[in-house]
Each structure stands twice: as C-alpha cells, then as structure tokens.
Design a protein around this ligand. Structure first.
Ligand SMILES: Cc1ncc(COP(=O)(O)O)c(C=O)c1O
Length: 386
C-alpha cells in the first residue's frame, strides 16, 4: 500500500514505481507472454501474462493505491472491467443502475447479461428514499455513476451505499468522470470502483483500457479468478501508457476543471443555451452533494441549445473542438449522446430519463480556454436559424 496520502504524490510514486533490478524510474514494458520456469512448479513469480505481468501489476498496484482499495485489476477496456465485475453476479440476480449510465453499460446488461438470466432495473439513485423502495429480494448489486453520463446527475454515494449495504447489496461505482484525484468512492462506502481508463486516467486519447479496484480480500480473489478465466487483460505496452498518463493526472485535471468552470460560466450567460448540466455550477441541482463527496465538479458539461439553433450546423461549424466519441483527453471533444454514446439505449428510455435529441456533451480539454470558448461561440452563432 502506498505511503503517500496526498494523491498528487501517489500518482507519481504509488504502486510499484521503480524497477527494483535496475533502478529505472519507469517500470519497463515486459513485452512477454510467458516466463521460463526453473523446474516443475518452480516459477519466479510469473507463469503466463494473462495471469500476471510485471508492467500490468505495477499499474494494478498504482490504481489500488490511488483508490485506497485492497487490490486493483487492469483490463483491455472499461467494458471488459465492467464485464469482469458483473460476472460476480448469478442467474436470477437483479442489478440496479443509475438512471443515466453510459450506453455501453446499459447495452451490456440489456443485451448480453440478460441472456444469462441476470437482469437490471433503472433506479433513482439520486433520491436514496425512492431508491430504497426499488430494492426487491432479487436485487444483489447497484452500479452508480456520479456524475452520471450524460446528464451529470449526482448521486449521494455515501447515502446510497448505506441503504444498499442494509439490504446486502454490492455497491459498484463507475468513477470514470471524476477519477481518484477528485473522488474516492471506496472511502464513501463503495465495494468496487471501475474506470474506463481510456478517459482521464490515460488522458491522451491513445489507449483503450479499464480498471477495477475492490475493497476486500474476498472480492480480490474472485475478480482475480474471473480476470484470469475470462482473459480481458490489458497488455504490457498499454499498461505502460496508462502509468505514464496517470503521473500527470493532477495537473491535467486542475486545468480541465479550471477551463470547464469558465466554459460553464460562458454557457450560463449565453442566450442560445436552454439548459446546462454541470455539477460545478452553484445553480446545478447536484452541486451541494457533489461538493461534499468530490473535490469539484469535474470537466464534463452537457447542454441544450434553444430550438432556433441547429445542432448539426453547430457540430459541423466547430473547428478546434472535435465531434468524437470518448472524453477525458487533453483535447476538447463534443458528442451527441442520443446518436453516439447513448444510442444503444432505446428512444423511449432515453426520453424518460431526459436524454433529449438536442443534448450535447462537451469534454472540456486543456487548451487555452479563450480558444475553446471562441470556437464554441462562433459555432453557436453559425447554427442560429435565421
Ligand atoms: C462512464 C463510462 N463507463 C464506461 C465506459 C466504457 O469504457 P471503454 O470505452 O473504455 O470500454 C465509458 C466509455 O465511454 C464511460 O464513459
């Protein structure tokens, strides 16, 4: 376990940060699938890289330290991490999910795990009392995203974890939007944290990866078994890229958030903007709860333009900000949740949870904020219907 209680230091020195053999200040990329054994049953700690690889192990120890858990696990994508964690459940079990979660999580539950007789219910995790009434005898776990994707709905993680534990549920938090620099769900009572590390942790839009951290030996043994059995592990080179990205998380995140606050202020004063969803704004309904459990509101903003603005023209007029899936990289990205990240959620459910066809999600990058705002401003101006 890392001795560094300050996250900024643990990001750089947590886990296994030095190569013991050579003193190299970066853990080497152990690009090997297998390991020579000195005799039958005489291994030097590793036998096969699906089961264990030193570069991946360094990353797994790092995320364990950052989230303050018992053990960390690295996967080939966020979805692979979620798949491994959800494999803890059994046929006949039900899982509750926050009302707006990443579309891929919804698709995994509704189109894959559903085949195995393990099902889901969309729950109101925003209101712990209503949430409690949705816990039926077959419910065994809950997945919370806070802020949730894409409406930035905030869930009081501590309150929902308390209610859930009273009913014996496993509490899983997808911490992709916040990262352990801004929010530590295990300290708030979660049992498992998952990440699409493709996003802020990697930080440079150059690696697809997922991480999971568990809070007990028992869960660690189960996930280690599932990880090795199902095999969705992260390769050594991608593990190295992720360790490298994580080192600068604090400085990147500080700039992401500073820029996001400026962009949110710009939106809140702009006549074209009908609604803005950003828990970093005092006027946001999730602001207070988010402030209690996280360092700040993060850098993801969703918004809607008034009807007299054409969103296609808006997207096509952007020059600096790219229209693309994903988020959390150094570059600013926008997406249209209804047809992109959340397209796998049926239209009627999207409508019910408030993901409108006019909703735009912005991942605020670390460029000069005046350049970001100028680009958005000119695209809004061009998109006004005359
Ligand atoms: C909140 C959240 N969770 C999970 C995922 C899935 O991660 P990946 O794309 O790395 O498989 C994403 C991807 O966008 C996400 O935004």
């Amino acid at each position: 376990m890392s001795n560094y209680k300050n996250t900024e230091t643990a990001l750089i020195h947590g886990g296994i940060s030095i190569d013991e053999r050579t003193g190299a200040v970066n853990v080497p990329i152990y690009q090997t699938s297998t390991y020579k054994q000195d005799g039958l049953g005489k291994m030097r700690g590793y036998e096969y890289s699906r089961t264990g690889n030193p570069t991946r192990e360094a990353l797994e120890a790092l995320i364990r330290d950052l989230e303050g858990g018992y053990a960390g696990f690295a996967f080939g994508s966020g979805m692979a991490a979620l798949t491994a964690v959800l494999s803890l459940l059994h046929s006949g079990d039900r899982i509750l999910i926050s009302s707006n979660v990443y579309g891929g999580t919804f698709r995994l539950l509704s189109k894959v795990f559903d085949h195995f007789g393990f099902t889901y219910t969309i729950a109101d995790t925003e209101h712990p009392d209503v949430y409690e009434s949705q816990i039926t005898a077959d419910v065994k776990a809950v997945i919370i995203e806070s802020p949730a994707n894409p409406l930035m709905t905030v869930t009081n993680i501590k309150a929902v974890a308390e209610v859930s534990h009273r009913h014996g549920l496993l509490v899983i938090v997808d911490n992709t939007f916040m990262t352990p620099y801004l929010q530590k769900p295990l300290e708030l009572g979660a049992d498992i944290v998952v990440h699409s590390a493709t996003k802020y942790l990697g930080g440079h839009s150059d690696v697809v990866s997922g991480l999971a951290v568990v809070n007990s030996k028992e869960l660690a043994e189960k996930i280690a078994f599932i990880q090795n059995s199902t095999g969705g592990v992260l390769g050594p080179f991608d593990s190295f890229l992720l360790i490298r990205g994580i080192k600068t998380l604090a400085v990147r995140m500080d700039r992401h958030v500073e820029n996001a606050k400026a962009v949110a202020n710009f939106f809140s004063k702009h006549k074209a903007v009908k609604n803005i969803y950003y828990p970093g704004l005092k006027s946001d309904k999730g602001y207070e709860t988010n402030q209690k459990q996280a360092k700040n509101g993060g850098a993801m903003i969703s918004f809607e333009l008034h009807e007299n603005y054409d969103i296609n023209t808006f997207f096509e007029s952007l020059e600096l900000v790219s229209l693309a899936e994903s988020l959390g990289g150094v570059e600013s990205l926008v997406c249209h949740p209804a047809t992109m990240t959340h397209a796998s959620i049926p239209a009627d459910i999207r409508k019910k949870v408030g993901i409108t066809d006019g909703l735009i999600r912005l991942s605020v990058g670390i460029e000069n904020v005046e350049d970001i705002i100028a680009d958005i401003e000119q695209a809004i101006a061009k998109s006004e219907r005359k």
